[in-house]
Each structure stands twice: as C-alpha cells, then as structure tokens.
Design a protein around this ligand. Structure first.
Ligand SMILES: [Zn+2]
Length: 94
C-alpha cells in the first residue's frame, strides 16, 4: 500500500493514504496545493505543492483535481474534511 509521508506543523512527520490527500492543480499550471486531515491531530492542513511535489503525489497515485483557473475553495476543503471525519477509521489505510 502506497503511503505518502508529509509533515504536520504540530505532529511532525505523518503518513497518509493516497485517498486521504487532496491535490489541487489549477489548469495550465504545474503546481498547486495539497491538503489533508492530519491523522494524528485531525486538523486540516494545506501545503504548497511545487512541481516536484505534484509529480511525486501523482506517481503515488493521487489524482489531481484540475479547476479551471481558480484555487481550492473553502467549501471544497470543508467537504473534504467532512468526508475524512465520516471515515470510521481514518488511519486504516496507513
Ligand atoms: Zn497533526
């Protein structure tokens, strides 16, 4: 099972399943933002995804969400966080 290692500013290094990472890459660009709910403190974290990070996430199996020209919206983040919170065992894929 592929896991993605990233860092939470509070918890340090955390591991995420591919489906627990939301990658937003605006159309026509090669970089964007990825967000996740930390499996340790359950806070929503968003981090810049430079070109290298985008490629690494895609190689791991994360499908980028391409929005024509606009960055991720607050409502999308809220929906993602709600989806993660409704997961009975958020760390079962790790
Ligand atoms: Zn954390």
């Amino acid at each position: 099972m592929t896991t993605i290692k990233t860092t939470c500013p509070v918890c340090g290094t955390v591991e995420l399943g591919v489906h627990n990472v939301l990658l937003e890459v605006p159309e026509g660009t090669e970089q964007g933002v990825y967000s996740f709910v930390c499996p340790s403190c359950f806070e929503l974290r968003a981090r810049a995804a430079g070109r290298r990070i985008v490629l690494l996430l895609q190689a791991a199996g994360v499908e980028p969400n391409a929005h024509p020209g606009h960055p991720i919206t607050e409502s999308e983040i809220v929906a993602f966080a709600a989806a993660i919170r409704s997961e009975p065992a958020p760390t079962r894929r790790l």
